[in-house]
Design a protein around this ligand. Structure first.
Ligand code: SAM
Length: 156
């Protein structure tokens, strides 16, 4: 979700050779870049890149084992509503991984919020609450030892 130029999709395809990855972004430019970056996998039938908004996913119910969101939930409109969309498309027991370079408390994150319109850096607690509100459970957060980076993992 929010795949940007598609490098993380490429990394997932490399790390998991039996996987199929669907990469979604609402920006036409991101879709163009992610398509070019993952062209080999797309041609091999292992990857699809689609333009779409996480607040209204045009994807079938219960169709994915894993959803990822790298550096993107800051921009999602109505966090819990978007998380509910992610939950809808995950299979029962499916996982949702969120990775943010801001933990919502760091000075850099606060600064980005000031200069990027609509950006919101969430704390681990805020993400946990929104995930549970959207129907996820087993929510856990890993914090980087020295940097304000967080990874939040949740199960449907
Ligand atoms: C900072 S970039 C991160 C891109 C990529 N995940 C990465 O880590 O390199 C954030 C991306 O999220 C996308 N995005 C933001 N809100 C979105 C939404 N509601 N639906 C789909 N994509 C969204 C943006 O278009 C942008 O490509």
């Amino acid at each position: 979700m929010g795949c940007g130029a598609g490098r993380n999709a490429g990394e997932l395809l490399r790390k998991y050779p039996d996987s199929h990855v669907t990469a979604i972004d609402y920006s036409a430019l991101s879709v163009e870049k992610a398509t070019a970056y993952n062209k080999k996998s797309i041609d091999a039938g292992r990857c699809a890149v689609r333009q779409g908004d996480v607040s209204d996913l045009k994807l079938p119910n219960e169709s994915f084992d894993l959803a990822t969101a790298f550096e993107t939930v800051y921009f999602w409109p109505g966090l819990e509503r978007c998380f509910a969309q992610v939950a809808r498309v995950l299979k029962p027991g499916g996982l949702f991984l969120i990775c943010n370079e801001s933990n919502g408390l760091d000075a850099a994150g606060r600064n980005f919020e000031k200069i990027i319109d609509g950006m919101k850096c969430y704390t681990a607690e805020e993400l946990d609450t929104a995930l549970r509100g959207a129907g996820f459970s087993e929510v856990s957060t890993d914090h980087h030892g020295r940097k304000p980076w967080i990874c939040v993992l949740a199960r449907k």
